[in-house]
Every structure is written in C-alpha cells, then in structure tokens.
Design a protein around this ligand. Structure first.
Ligand code: ATP
Length: 300
C-alpha cells in the first residue's frame, strides 16, 4: 500500500516553476530516495509532503490525508527531520528529547530510542557541543519520537565524515527494519545506491527516472564500463562496431565504453589485433553515478 502519494505536484516561486508535475508513490516499508542536482526541487517536493508548503497544483496524500488541510493528523503519521537552525543550541540532548516527546499524544519512550541511537552517554550534553554525527543521530531520534509510520530525512549525511556517514546509513536501515517507511532526500549516489529500494531522479522540477538503483544503472545501457588510454588512436569504425556497446566516447585521449562482458572481451581482441597497448585499462561495474549523469545532463 502506498503511504505517500504525490500526483502532478507543481510549485513556482515568483513565476518560476521549481516543481513541475511530479508524480510518485512511496510504498509502506520501503526506503524511497529522491535524488537530484542542486536546485532540482527535491526539498520543495518533500516540504509539500510534510505540509510545510502549499502546492500550486496537484495532490499530496500521506496515509490518505492531505498534509495541508489535515496537518495535525499528518504530523502524527509523518516524522520530519529538523534543520540545525531549528534546535536551540543550549538545549541538552535529554531536554530536546523530552521537549519533542511532549508535542505528541503518544510519543515513543525516548530512553530506548536514545539507547538505540547511541545517545545515552550524551544526554547532558548541549546540542551545540555535539559532533556532526551525534547531531544527526539526535535529529533521527527527534524525527522518530512521535512513533511515525513514515520519516522524511533531507540531506541527513551532508557534512559527515565517511565513518559517521556509514554509521548513519546503518541507523536508517535499522529504522526501516523497525517498520518505518523512509523518504530520503540525497545527492550522494553511493548513499542512494546502498540504501534505497527505489529512487526518483529529479531534474529541473521533473522526474527524469523512477526505478530501483540497478534498474537506473541498466538504463545507461551498459552494466560494464571499459576505459583505457590507447598507445595510439583506434579506428572510429572499429570502436563503433564493438558488440553490445551502448556508448563509446573518447575524452582527452581516454576511451570510455559502456557495454557488457562481451564488449570487454572484444576490446581486448581489438587491441591485440592492432598491437595497441592500453594504459590504465579498467573494467568496472557501472554505478549510479554514471546513470545520474546520463539522466540529468543538459539536453539541448
Ligand atoms: N522560498 C523560496 N522562494 C524562492 N525560491 C525558492 C524558495 N525555496 C526554494 N527556492 C528555489 O527553488 C529551487 C528549488 O529549490 P529546492 O530547495 O527545492 O531544491 P533542492 O533540489 O532541494 O536543492 P538542494 O540540493 O540545493 O537543496 C532553487 O532554485 C531554490 O533557489
């Protein structure tokens, strides 16, 4: 069952459309990613889901309720991540948890929540004194304190070091394992690829693609990327004739081919036949990065 439904959402600022007909459904229990370049309209979209912005057109439903007209009901179903500026720097972790618990009629017990999020040792620490990773864990705790069915996390790991980011990913997986649906806004490909069941790629206010991470990667046409710098240029016709090659590009002397294992084998045969040496020959799996660049590039 879809817990979040967005249909034909539009929002303009000063006559400039920033969300331009966005439609998606988030199924209960999934981690759904919204991925896109800066300014694509991701935050505006989720703020409409949270009922913080009024859409110009389209419908948004959270568990069947309108986030604007049924705001109270939606805030009980949907937990939103606070922005750093929204929390008083002098509040201690314990005070913040108690304060936010008081906003809900049936809050979660904050003690086990703090324990699960590794905050028990920090209860008397003021918010301003927490590390980036500890602040993010507190934001997750506060987003979960109302026992929501769905939680919206927007750029949760921005600014975190790689270890804190990985710890936060594990927490997000635990949140989902606890039965909470996660709507995750991110511009980290690795994060989206690792965590999300499905991803909506938003580009200039529109959905450029909506699929599983592996489905998005397949759309780039080739799951295998072969790249090398040949000792002398290869014949264009030979490159164009490679089997199952979805794309062949030469950038500053480096050849980059998207294809399959069969393409990789044919490249090696081609190089041997022409006695061309391949410097820095790499055969790698395509990543979401490749798909993202392909899906969001400027199309003139
Ligand atoms: N209140 C506002 N008034 C005017 N313009 C706004 C307002 N809020 C956002 N915008 C503009 O709308 C566009 C989309 O912003 P939004 O924050 O939704 O994008 P985003 O995809 O979340 O970007 P980022 O990854 O940079 O956070 C941007 O160009 C932004 O400057």
């Amino acid at each position: 069952m879809a817990i979040v439904e967005v249909q034909g959402l539009r929002k303009s600022y000063a006559g400039r459309p920033v969300v331009d007909g966005v439609t998606f459904r988030v199924e209960e229990g999934e981690i759904f990613g919204i991925l896109g370049p800066n300014g694509a309209g991701k935050t505006t979209t989720v703020e409409c889901v949270e009922g913080l912005r009024l859409p110009d057109a389209g419908t948004v439903r959270v568990a069947g309720f309108d986030p604007v007209t049924d705001h109270d009901r939606v805030t009980r179903i949907l937990g939103a991540q606070l922005q750093e500026s929204e929390l008083q720097p002098k509040l201690t972790v314990r005070e913040a948890l108690e304060l936010y618990a008081a906003f809900y009629p049936e809050p979660a017990d904050w003690r086990p929540l703090a324990e699960r999020l590794g905050l028990t040792g920090k209860l008397t620490t003021r918010f301003a004194k927490l590390s980036g990773g500890q602040k993010q864990r507190l934001f997750i705790a506060l987003a979960l304190i109302g026992n929501p069915r769905v939680v919206v996390l927007d750029e949760l790991t921005t600014g975190l070091d790689p270890r804190a980011r990985r710890d936060t990913w594990s927490l997000i997986e635990e949140v989902r394992a606890g039965g909470v649906t996660v709507l995750l806004v991110t511009h980290f490909m690795e994060e989206a690829q690792r965590l999300c069941d499905r991803i909506a790629v938003i580009d200039r206010g529109r959905i450029a693609a909506l699929d599983t991470p592996s489905g998005l990667i397949r759309r780039t046409g080739g799951g295998t990327v072969i790249s090398f710098t040949p000792s002398r240029p290869l014949d264009e016709a030979d490159l164009a004739g490679l089997p199952r090659a979805a794309s062949v590009e030469t950038r500053e002397g480096r050849v980059v081919i998207h294809g399959t294992d069969e393409t990789a084998n044919a490249v090696i045969t081609l190089l041997a036949r022409h006695r061309v040496t391949a410097h820095q020959l790499r055969v790698t799996e395509a990543t979401l990065d490749d798909a993202f660049l392909d899906l969001t590039e400027e199309k003139i």
